[in-house]
Design a protein around this ligand. Structure first.
Ligand SMILES: [Zn+2]
Length: 62
């Protein structure tokens, strides 16, 4: 199973941050609202589960 991570630049402070599924309402650097933030890049990670133990591992793909 793959999850997407959005690399985003804040339009207020220019800081870069990463979010899953648009979960962040405010920039973690300056606390400005992220409505106007621009997504620069999308990273993906793969979620794997060990079917016998239930241990979940997440491996970043790029
Ligand atoms: Zn900011």
């Amino acid at each position: 199973m793959q999850i997407e991570i959005y690399k985003t630049a804040c339009s207020s402070c220019g800081g870069t941050f990463y979010e899953l599924d648009g979960a962040l309402d405010n920039c973690p650097h300056c606390n400005a609202e992220t409505d106007e933030a621009t997504t620069n890049d999308t990273l993906t990670a793969t979620v794997e589960i060990d079917w016998r133990t239930g241990v979940v591992t997440i491996k970043q793909d790029n």
